[in-house]
Structure formats: structure tokens, C-alpha cells
Ligand binder design. Structure first.
Ligand SMILES: [Fe+2]
Ligand SMILES: [Fe+2]
Length: 415
């Protein structure tokens, strides 16, 4: 049965709600009535009808239930993701559906729990729209359109992900997939055997690495090692890719540690490595595609101690943060990772009002620059570049000492 109700044709954002329980839909309609001046809302009780409705007009957002009889929310969002990738996907789930929610995480930009509060939904949507607007900026499109070497998602990474998402994922198979790429295997073994990982014995093959470090760490390592290996150091001798790789690795470890310290939810802790590893991904694009201007502004940032991202904005109208986030969006990485990358230098501009991946990456980045201020390719202002207003607003000013202590412990293990 289709419950089709347009609450206001003039509203700017078009949102489709899908839930097989009529009572839930009625509750949503009631709760969200106050939004009708801003949103045009359509409600349906069937996933199949939801797809028909999406096909008949342009929607900005789909908010879907998980458990539905004809086609569940996971299947529905997978279909929406492939047919209408521009539509923002939100899952609304009940308490009992946490396990399925976990499966749907990669398909949804955001998961919210029932009953849905109008203010939370409004805040969530505004946040998603703000990030989308930021990444739809003309300057980013111009940069990306002039880019000859936009890295694509490596096949070896998608193979690892497919294995991990299969019905019976096997550590042995993941190890075998990694082993097929000898260069990448050597680099991964070198990284995991560094003191940073604090392992008591030497790891000699990828399978052992997966077993000891876990799949989340391996996923982040496979992707980052492979991406960095595609850049030819000899062609860009003026930029040290190893320094950036080591900085990215350090930030990922700091971000993971802080995520755990702040008891972020497990999915965010898992994603902290990915966000840290790729927070400066945009620099790789700028180095390899805009050699002359970028070399000049890197030197200027170092010599004048100005913020690199301010100089990038002057030159390109955007910065490595937004460019990296844009690319991660193209790769389909999860929303909190994209948000953390996009705002890692200016977290106050993000509409998120809670401690999250962005907080962890922002601090990890500043802390690593403080530790490496003597040889950083950026201006080494370290913790002075922390956005104190942002941290104060989250009530985190008193956490900085603890964070420095745990990061210092990690660094000392590394040395
Ligand atoms: Fe950065
Ligand atoms: Fe950085």
C-alpha cells in the first residue's frame, strides 16, 4: 500500500521516507510536520514503490527502515546507491536491529535510531547537505577536471573488501590476495614490523599480519600502501612521499587511540585508521598535477609559517582537505571519514556537534606536526593550529593533556 503525501510542493529538499509499518510512517509525519516549509516529504510503505517514486522525480534524501517484507532496507539502499548515487541515504533502525545496522553501514550515509526526533533528523540532514555543498564547489570540480592522475580504487583493495564481506570471510584468503602483489606485501610487512605497531615478534607474511593486526588495520594499510606506491618518487623529487606516508600513518594511529580514549562507537574506531591515513590525500593530487604552483606554495608555507591550506585556497580556491574528501567520496568511503578529511584543518566549520572522527584526526594531525615540526613539509605550528574554539564547544579542553599523553606513549613505542 502506498501512502503518498506531499506535504509541501514548494519546499527545497525532497525527502522520501520508507517504512512498512503504517503507524511508524504516521508518527514520522506527525513529528516532522513542522519541517514542511523546508522539506517536501513523501511517505511510502513499500521498498519497491520507493524505487518507482525515486525513478519518477529527483529526490535529495531517502530515509529507510531496515526490516521490510518485500525488499529489506539493505537491498533497497544498495539499489539506490547504484541507480541514484546522488541521493543521500539514511537508515532508521530500531534497537533490536543493531546487527543488521552494522551490515548497512556501508550503504547508508548515516544511521539513526527510532523513534526519530525531528531536530536530530534536521541536524543530520543539514550536516550532510553542508558537506555535499562544500564538495560540489566549482573550484574542486575545476581541479579534478584538470587532474590527469586521479587514483582509482585499487583492485587488490576491492578484492580484500569483497572477501571480508563474503558470507564466510577467510583470513587465509585475505592473506593470499595481498600476497599476489609483491611490492605491496613488502611495504606492508615493513610497516607492520616497525615498532609503531608494538608487536613482540616479527611478522613474515600477510596472513599473519591480518591475524595479529585485524582486518580494519589491514584494509587501511592495503589501500594506503597501494595508493602511495602509484606515485613515482623520481618524477617528483622535490616532494618526499615517504614523509607524507609516515605522517599519515602516525595520524591514523593517533586518531585511533583518541577514538578509543573517547569511547567512540566501534564503527568510528574502525574508520579512524582510514581517516588518518587519507587525511592529506589531496596533497598527492596537488603535487602530481600542479607541480609548479604547488611546489612554490609548499616552500612559501614553510618559509613564512603560513597555513598551507590558506595558501592553497588563495591559489586554487580550495585546499587539499576538500580535494581529498571529494576523492574519498568518489571511492564510496563512509561519511564520517569524508567529513573528517574535509574539515581536518577547520573543524569549526563542520556542523557536527559531537566528538567524532573529525576531532580525533584534527588532534592527531596537529600533534604529529608538533612532533615533527623540524622536518615537516608543512609549516610546523603544531598544537597552535588546534581549533581551540571547536574543542571548547565540545567540552574537550580538559582532554588535551590526556590525549597528548597517550599519543606520546605511542610515539615512544615507535622510536
Ligand atoms: Fe592536512
Ligand atoms: Fe596532515
Amino acid at each position: 500500500m502506498l501512502i503518498y503525501q506531499k506535504m509541501n510542493d514548494q519546499a527545497k529538499r525532497r525527502i522520501l521516507f520508507v517504512d512498512d509499518e503504517p503507524m511508524v510512517l504516521k508518527g514520522l509525519q506527525r513529528a516532522l510536520r513542522k519541517m514542511r516549509d523546508e522539506w517536501e516529504m513523501t511517505f511510502t510503505s513499500s521498498s519497491k514503490e520507493a524505487l518507482d517514486i525515486l525513478g519518477s522525480g529527483s529526490f535529495d534524501v531517502i530515509v529507510s527502515d531496515l526490516r521490510m517484507p518485500d525488499m529489506d532496507g539493505v537491498q533497497l539502499l544498495a539499489e539506490v546507491k547504484s541507480k541514484y548515487p546522488e541521493v543521500v541515504r539514511i537508515i532508521l533502525s530500531g534497537q533490536v536491529e543493531q546487527e543488521t545496522t552494522f551490515k548497512s553501514v556501508q550503504l547508508a550515509h548515516q544511521s539513526l535510531s527510532k523513534p526519530c526526533d525531528a531536530d536530530i533528523l534536521k541536524h543530520t540532514l543539514n550536516k550532510l547537505f553542508a558537506l555535499r555543498n562544500l564538495l560540489e564547489d566549482e573550484s574542486i570540480k575545476r581541479i579534478v577536471s584538470q587532474t590527469e592522475t586521479l587514483p582509482s580504487l585499487p583492485t587488490v583493495y576491492t578484492k580484500v573488501i569483497n572477501e571480508l564481506q563474503s558470507s564466510e570471510p577467510s583470513v587465509k584468503k585475505v592473506g593470499e590476495i595481498i600476497s599476489t602483489d609483491l611490492g605491496m606485501t613488502a611495504k606492508i610487512l615493513q610497516v607492520v614490523n616497525s615498532a609503531f605497531f608494538g608487536l613482540v615478534r616479527k611478522i613474515s607474511n600477510p596472513k599473519e599480519a591480518v591475524m595479529l593486526l585485524g582486518t580494519e588495520t589491514i584494509k587501511a594499510l592495503v589501500l594506503s600502501v597501494k595508493i602511495f606506491s602509484e606515485f613515482n618518487q623520481k618524477k617528483f623529487a622535490w616532494f618526499n612521499f615517504d614523509v607524507l606516508f609516515n605522517h599519515s600513518l602516525s595520524v591514523s594511529m593517533f586518531a585511533q587511540t583518541i577514538s578509543k580514549e573517547e569511547h567512540l562507537d566501534q564503527n568510528l574506531v574502525n574508520n579512524s585508521l582510514m581517516a588518518g591515513m587519507f587525511h592529506d590525500l589531496g596533497k598527492l593530487i596537488l603535487v602530481t598535477n600542479f607541480q609548479e604552483p604547488y611546489r612554490r606554495i609548499l616552500t612559501e608555507a614553510r618559509e613564512t609559517r603560513q597555513n598551507l591550506w590558506d595558501l592553497e585556497n588563495e591559489e586554487f580556491g580550495t585546499s587539499h582537505a576538500e580535494i581529498g574528501a571529494y576523492l574519498m567520496g568518489l571511492w564510496g568511503l563512509e561519511y564520517p571519514v569524508i567529513e573528517a578529511i574535509a574539515f581536518h584543518h577547520c573543524p569549526g566549520k563542520c556542523l557536527s556537534k559531537s566528538t567524532g572522527l573529525l576531532t580525533a584526526v584534527h588532534f592527531g594531525d596537529a600533534y604529529d606536526r608538533l612532533k615533527n615540526s623540524s622536518n615537516d613539509q608543512n609549516s610546523g605550528n603544531g598544537l597552535r593550529q588546534l581549533d581551540r574554539g571547536y574543542l571548547d564547544n565540545l567540552g574537550l579542553a580538559n582532554r588535551l593533556n590526556d590525549w597528548q599523553t597517550v599519543c606520546k606513549e605511542l610515539t615512544e613505542r615507535k622510536v
